[in-house]
Design a protein around this ligand. Structure first.
Ligand SMILES: *Cc1c(COP(=O)(O)O)cnc(C)c1O
Length: 401
């Protein structure tokens, strides 16, 4: 039987994970045109305006603000909602770590709540339980191919007079109950970071349908007539051709993830987030990461060793985020519910980076071949790990942020 690469066998994907950004002649055209026409260094060349208009139309929102990062867009969103010192913002204990810091950046206090057992995304029941007299907003992130039930969340938030920041940084173009991710919240956030589905190396956007929120966002963004933390014309120009391909690429990725779900059906110790709560007919998930609920005991190998072995086979797997309550001082947050599922996500989340999903279904299904090879040799991999010492944890080559 073939040995796993981590024990000296041949890797399933000797070429390693595919590169990101992927090769795209339209990107080369933009770069050559920018140089030839000389607009690459200009303040104004019309591309930011075109990108804003495209995003408005695509999301059916009235106002779009381009900015330097998704992180900044979250902070700008909180400020535009009037979140201030002394206020509380509810978010999932298992979330993108920068969101905890953005809440602190505006002087507010994060309230940490549990995630759903089915897909480790924000739990609505936990949000309900966590509301206190100082609570002003909910920050809802759609993570790793899962998504928050926005229709129910918005209804509930309206009833209780709470604002909602919807973080769609991981799923541009996703549909949730017939509406684009990022267009449900009072404000929505996109990221154009270097590893993201729409990439300009850096960048972000804030979306809103509310004129008053938009006016406040504009005031924060334009200080003394000078824009704070802007996106450049060159960045916007590089994003436009990717926007045109977003739907087609999201569909391609989803088709491949569906093949993965099918191939992994009944696989012990490994379940995809999006298989835990399958999308309805008017949903379309998007995958910056494919989240995997990994059960080390059932699989027979620690998460670190599993990831190490799969990386050796040529697949870009990483550990998920760390739960905030495990890494932040208790003085910096309030615990709003039990955090047992978030604890499970902290220990058991594995993420597959998205570039593989644009390849053929046959290439994507090689992941399952590698996984079964690792499973069959789990005890030898475990024993080898003992000999060579601890596998380094949270080693993130090739898949950042
Ligand atoms: C990447 C990411 C962000 C931040 O985006 P940057 O552009 O890297 O600042 C925010 N939220 C989530 C869920 C993300 O994945």
């Amino acid at each position: 039987m073939t040995l796993p690469a981590v024990l000296g066998g041949n890797p399933v994907r000797p070429q390693g994970p595919p590169a990101w950004p992927c090769t795209d002649p339209d990107i080369l055209d933009v770069l050559q045109n920018a140089y030839r026409e000389g607009w690459w260094g200009r303040y104004q060349a019309g591309f930011c305006e075109r990108l804003e208009n495209w995003l408005k139309e695509y999301h059916h929102v009235e106002h779009v603000f381009l900015c330097g990062s998704g992180n900044y867009a979250v902070e700008l969103g909180l400020r535009a909602l009037g979140i201030d010192a002394g206020d509380e913002v509810i978010l999932a204990d298992y979330d993108y770590p920068g969101n905890f810091l953005s809440i602190h950046a505006v002087g507010a206090t994060p309230v940490l709540v549990n995630v759903e057992p089915s897909d480790w995304n924000l739990s609505l029941a936990a949000v309900r339980e966590a509301i206190g007299p100082k609570t002003k907003a909910i920050l809802a992130s759609h993570l790793h191919g899962g998504c928050v039930a926005m229709s129910q969340l918005m209804e509930f938030a309206k009833e209780r007079g709470l604002s909602v920041v919807e973080d769609a940084a991981q799923c541009p173009g996703a549909m949730i109950a017939g509406r684009r991710a990022g267009s449900w919240g009072y404000v929505g956030v996109l990221s154009f970071g270097g590893s993201k589905l729409l990439t300009a190396g850096r960048g972000g956007a804030l979306l809103t349908n509310n004129a008053q929120i938009a006016q406040r966002a504009r005031n924060h963004l334009l200080r003394a007539g000078n824009i704070v933390c802007p996106l450049s014309e060159l960045q916007a120009a590089l994003l436009l051709p990717q926007c045109e391909k977003l739907d087609e690429r999201n569909e391609h990725r989803w088709k491949n993830v569906q093949a993965l779900i099918e191939a992994l059906r009944g696989s012990i110790g490994v379940q995809l987030f999006c298989a835990g709560r399958l999308p309805a007919a008017d949903d379309l998930p998007a995958f910056y990461k494919v989240g995997i609920q990994y059960d080390a005991t059932a699989f027979g190998l620690s998460r670190e060793r599993f990831i190490r072995a799969m990386r050796a086979e040529g697949f870009a797997l990483d550990e998920g985020f760390e739960a905030a309550h495990r890494t932040r001082s208790p003085r910096r947050f309030r615990q709003g519910s039990t955090l047992t599922e978030a604890e499970g996500a902290h220990a058991g989340c594995v993420m597959l980076h998205h570039p593989l999903l644009l390849e053929s279904t046959a290439s994507v299904l090689e992941l399952v071949v590698a996984l079964e090879k690792v499973r069959q040799h789990a005890s030898e991999i475990h024993a080898a790990g003992e000999q060579v010492g601890a596998f380094p944890s949270r080693d993130r080559q090739g898949a950042v942020d």
